[in-house]
Ligand binder design. Structure first.
Ligand code: NI
Length: 207
């Protein structure tokens, strides 16, 4: 049996144990995601004083792991019960093309923003469908700024400043709202578009 495991015969350790001994290893873990109603989702999250600590690196690693495992395009720290101003987002090419009919969405590389600040560029807003890992299975039409500039700091201490539009801008607005205790239904103007996706698909076959 031992020979068939594929582990080096000179080590009884699992690959995970071997990796853990590397100096750069950052342990990752899937975290529980708070759902609407949990008080952490209504709090204003705390600024991060020092973005470059091991504590923040570990938090970000868990957020990325949890976002990807949940097939989300973004995640904010309060959603994993950590009330700090940290968010991650990523739009893979396949997901971007699925969204492209509505928004002309482009892929977005994995981005971590600490203490993000948003500045709308122009007043134009548009409606678009949103979902949220804290409201599983649900969606609604939410108005968001079309064009904005965001800035924030990475866990490496770099400052990011980007001017973005469409789906990318929507994600950043949605995730930053989480840091201010706002969930997307609180931004909706027409709650008749809010519901469970599988139920809405029965009455609105075009979505
Ligand atoms: Ni969300």
């Amino acid at each position: 049996m031992a020979e068939s495991s594929g582990f080096p015969p000179f080590s009884r350790k699992s690959p995970l144990e071997l990796v853990k001994n590397r100096p750069h290893y950052t342990p990752m873990a899937l975290r529980e995601i708070a759902r609407i109603g949990h008080p952490v989702l209504r709090k204003v999250a705390e600024e991060v004083a020092d973005p470059m600590t091991p504590e923040i690196a570990a938090l970000v690693a868990d957020m990325i792991e949890t976002m990807r495992a949940s097939e989300g395009v973004g995640l904010a720290a309060p959603q994993i019960l950590v009330s700090r101003r940290v968010l991650v987002f990523e739009v893979a090419a396949a997901r971007a093309s699925a969204e492209s009919e509505a928004d002309g969405a482009l892929p977005v590389g994995l981005t971590t923003l600490i203490n993000p600040v948003l500045e709308p560029l122009g007043e134009e807003m548009e409606l678009g469908w949103e979902g949220c890992l804290s409201l599983p299975g649900m969606a609604g039409m939410v108005p968001r700024y079309v064009h904005l500039r965001y800035r924030g700091v990475t866990p490496e201490g770099e400052t990011i400043v980007r001017d973005v539009r469409g789906f990318h801008a929507r994600i950043v607005q949605h995730e930053t709202d989480h840091l201010d205790g706002i969930l997307y239904p609180m931004r909706m103007q027409d709650l008749s578009t809010f519901g469970y996706v599988d139920e809405m698909e029965k009455s609105l076959p075009e979505i």
